[in-house]
Design a protein around this ligand. Structure first.
Ligand code: F6P
Length: 360
């Protein structure tokens, strides 16, 4: 086997498990006698003159598996943003592609392993089509990437939601309040659904099942009359009403982001039911902290598989988790649409069977 030099990068929002993948990529490359360069701050590291990277070695990859975030840094902005919203795509500028290609040539890279979500895989696909030897590794807390049953980072985010609900239940019950927990997930309801079920939420609101404010208020009143004095609601940041309304907030820099649905819901429920209501926005706690056992194992398996795909020169493919196995799929299969919760799927039915309302 000839000696190879690989590039690796972490791109998009960070999540627990990224360092586990990096460590696995280094360790299994080392077994093959290959060298690994880690680009800093996602694809941006390919644009600096000569490339902005660190050589992965035993010292900088030891003890990192159990640590959240990414030792390489990342960004969900910058020159390589190729997906700006659901279904929206932007082509990479020609000068960006040629600058990155120059870096790869100068560094004599045999492959680039891009670890990222939906937007980062769209970028990887564009680069692959422009002639780059790309391999994708799927990550996102949102679990909204097609062609893989699960991404690492999701289980850790769900564990955070579950823990938050466990804590909120005790205070909600003591004060006989309604508490709303707003969680992340963009346009998919996976985090809200899994976290809501595991944390025994009474009402779960997700983008895939538009809700009615009347129905939510009726459910709160029904529970009150039935003797359940507190009600726990999990709402996904991208949940929408039956009128199709989604909530966004503008940041100081002028960027529009999903947000504000928890606040709106809190005011409406208090006004419609007279029940004291509090809102908790879980935010980036869901992205931080240590990876769960499952995310560590997935991370290691994904990293090892990515190196195997480089060895087989299966460029343009993405590591994928299917039926408890790690396999590969064309990157193109992962990015043509978002993976969403099917409103009638078994998990939704299971939640309904134990009395959970979806506000519909
Ligand atoms: O895609 C991951 C995610 O955490 C979403 O759930 C959330 O909407 C978004 O990223 C937040 O992005 P930022 O870190 O830019 O605030």
């Amino acid at each position: 086997m000839s000696k190879k030099r690989l590039g690796v990068l972490t791109s998009g929002g960070d999540c627990p498990g990224l360092n586990a993948v990096l460590r696995a990529i280094f360790c299994s490359s080392e077994e093959l006698g290959w060298e690994v360069l880690g680009f800093r701050d996602g694809y941006e590291g390919m644009l600096a003159d000569g490339g902005d990277y660190m050589v992965l070695n035993r010292t900088n990859t030891s003890g990192i598996m159990q640590v959240g975030g990414t030792i390489l840094g990342t960004t969900n902005k910058g020159h390589f943003t190729s997906k700006v919203g659901p279904g929206e795509k932007a082509s990479l500028p020609e000068e960006v592609i040629s600058k990155a290609a120059k870096t790869c040539r100068e560094l004599d890279l045999s492959a680039i392993i891009a670890i990222g979500g939906d937007g980062s895989m769209s970028t990887a696909l564009q680069l692959y089509r422009a002639g780059f030897p790309m391999i994708g590794v799927p990550k996102t807390i949102d679990n909204d990437l097609e062609a893989t049953a699960m991404t690492f980072g999701f289980d850790s985010a769900v564990a955070c939601v579950t823990d938050a609900l466990d804590r909120l239940h005790t205070t909600a019950a003591s004060h006989k309040r309604v508490i709303i927990l707003q969680v992340m997930g963009r346009h998919a309801g996976w985090i809200a659904l899994w976290g809501g079920i595991a944390g025994a939420a009474d009402i779960i609101l997700i983008p895939e099942i538009p809700f009615s404010l009347e129905k939510v208020a009726e459910e709160v009143k029904r529970r009150d009359e039935a003797g359940f004095k507190s009600t726990m609601i999990v709402v996904a940041e991208g949940a929408r009403t039956q009128h199709g309304q989604q909530f966004r907030k503008q940041s100081a820099s002028g960027e529009w982001r999903l947000g504000g649905i928890g606040e709106m819901l809190g005011q409406e429920i208090e006004a419609r039911t007279g029940k004291e209501t509090r809102v908790c926005v879980l935010g980036h706690l869901q992205r931080g902290g240590d990876p769960t056992t499952l995310d560590r194992i997935l991370g290691i398996r994904f990293g090892v598989k990515a190196v195997e795909l480089v060895r087989q020169e299966k460029f343009g493919t993405m590591v994928s988790y299917q039926n408890y196995d790690v396999c590969d799929v064309p990157i193109a299969d992962a990015v043509h649409r978002l993976k969403k919760v099917a409103p009638s799927c078994q998990l939704v039915q299971t939640a309904r069977a134990v009395g959970t309302s979806f506000g519909d």
